[in-house]
Ligand binder design. Structure first.
Ligand code: DAH
Length: 344
């Protein structure tokens, strides 16, 4: 009898180890632990075992039954069979999800270029300053040395809001980020943290321009201002050249053209050779203006022009983005056509 039990245990365990699917596992269970199993037959035969051998045989029977049951359970969980053949499909937690229906968003190209420009200037030691988009006369014009009769102040060239004439009151959507130069200089003097001053200020500006391939009624500029002892035009040119190489690559070509702005003297226009369409040769595109800060502007902000000098610049961010990424029409940047935005 004991030999028979050993045999059942050995063949049962050996067979179990070869099984690989839940259905085979079920079949094994009924043939080794079911009602018609040899183990059940042996159990029924226990009554015929001589009385003095009964305890040992009964004990061994229990051991074999428990060993087979335990082996069955561990095999079943190793196969991940759940409830055997009746269980539903297996759940694989490591499978990738269905991503198609959840397309990832991204930053708009203008916001990205803006961050890239700030990054390039930050490497040259410029900090970021911000100013309001709703501005007053004083910061948009007066302190930038733009007198009351200047044509730049014409209503046709500016978005005025109601509240005309009240100095120091919000009056208009700013037409240039040069307003931030004034705010930063005033702040530096009032709080005593500068000069030296070295900032860039990216932001939106508003002008009632007719929309075409290179103009929009709202666009972005990045303004720069550097004031220190003995800053010269050579520093300005070096900074712009370094910027162009850092952002557009080492072959970037730039040029300064003499120009006029009321708040700089001398003033220049900053052009770069840019390819807007792949099938056209690169051509000179005006990116913005620059120059040495006019002594009258420094004085107006409480900075002594005999001690401090500085340069300033203001570029159109859309123009830079168009040049950097080969975008032929500024309107593409505002239409929010997903097919366009997804390419950038
Ligand atoms: N504010 C000028 C514009 O919007 C650009 C500009 C020119 C900015 C000269 C400057 C500068 O800082 O020095 O056309």
């Amino acid at each position: 009898m004991l030999d028979q039990l050993n045999h059942i245990e050995q063949t049962g365990l050996a067979e179990l180890a070869t099984l690989a699917d839940p259905a085979a596992l079920d079949a094994w269970k009924s043939s080794y632990l079911g009602n018609k199993s040899p183990l059940k037959a042996a159990l029924a035969g226990l009554k015929d075992v001589p009385k003095d051998a009964k305890p040992a045989v009964g004990k061994r029977m229990n051991e074999v039954k428990q060993a087979l049951e335990a082996a069955y359970e561990s095999r079943r969980s190793a196969l991940g069979a759940g409830g055997g053949a009746a269980a539903g499909p297996r759940l694989d937690m490591t499978e990738p999800g269905l991503l198609e229906s959840h397309a990832l968003g991204r930053r708009h190209i203008i916001m990205r270029v803006r961050a890239e420009l700030v990054e390039v200037f930050a490497r040259m030691g410029f900090e970021v300053a911000q100013g309001p988009e709703l501005e007053d006369d004083e910061h948009n014009f007066i302190k930038l040395n733009i007198p009351p009769e200047h044509p730049a102040r014409e209503p046709i060239d500016n978005f005025y809001v109601d509240n005309p004439g009240a100095v120091g009151q919000p009056r208009m959507m700013r037409s240039q980020t040069s307003t931030v130069q004034i705010r930063v200089m005033e702040d530096a003097v009032a709080k005593g943290w500068g000069p030296p001053i070295k900032i860039v200020s990216p932001g939106r500006v508003y002008r009632p321009d007719t929309v075409d391939a290179t103009h929009s009624f709202m666009f972005h500029q990045i303004e720069g201002l550097y004031i220190d002892r003995a800053v010269t035009m050579a520093d300005l040119k070096t900074t712009l050249f370094q910027f162009a190489r850092a952002y557009f690559g080492k072959d970037a070509e730039i040029r300064l053209r003499p120009s006029f702005f009321p708040f700089t003297e001398p003033s220049a226009e900053f052009d770069m050779k840019i390819k807007l369409r792949p099938d056209e040769p690169a051509r000179w595109v005006e990116l913005g203006g620059c120059g040495m800060v006019d002594p009258a502007v420094l004085t107006g902000c409480g900075i002594d022009p005999e001690v401090w000098t500085g340069f300033a610049f203001g570029f159109g961010i859309e123009r830079i983005a168009m040049g950097r990424y080969g975008i032929p029409d500024i309107r593409m940047l505002f239409e929010n056509d997903v097919r366009f935005l997804e390419q950038l």
